[in-house]
Write a protein that binds this ligand. Sequence first.
Ligand code: S3P
Length: 178
Amino acid sequence: MDNTAQIIYLIGFMGSGKTTVGKRIADKLGWIFIDIDEVIEHTTGMKIALIFKEKGEDYFRELERESIKKFGEMSRMVIATGGGAPCFFDNMDAMSHNGITVYLKMSPAALTARLMQLTVEERNQRPLIAGKSEAALLEFVTNTLSKREPFYSSAKLIIQNEDTAELAAERIFKCINL
Ligand code: S3P
């Protein structure tokens, strides 16, 4: 795989392990890890849930786009995006142009199980799933994932992530061959 790329983007649905796996890859490579949601919370001084509530989702998506653009000019970075980021504007094209996109793929059932393991407070930090019962969550994940899958699947590398984060990181590491 292209070993001149200096950015690895982890994409995938909420709960797919982008942050955990991304940190492991960054450690292995000695690169910097950043999480786009954290960047947005840091620069606005607001939690994602509050941005959605007070400014609306469209405003949040603009912030996501700006951050993706800004960090696209840097190098030696592993970047975890929010679950929706690849599916808005030309974000997926921008990421594919600037680095290697890696889709952490999981089934709706596995994603729902992972998201149900979070505390209620942690789930409430994610406005799109806040307050949902397990059944409602499974329905939401199934429907939303089917709409997002075409974007996610255009990633350069697709990794099934239903084992451990360490295993997923190792698989990615082998494939990218940096
Ligand atoms: C979102 C996923 C979240 C966050 C926001 C919206 C989405 O990020 O960006 O709540 O649209 O799927 P994570 O995937 O890191 O939870």
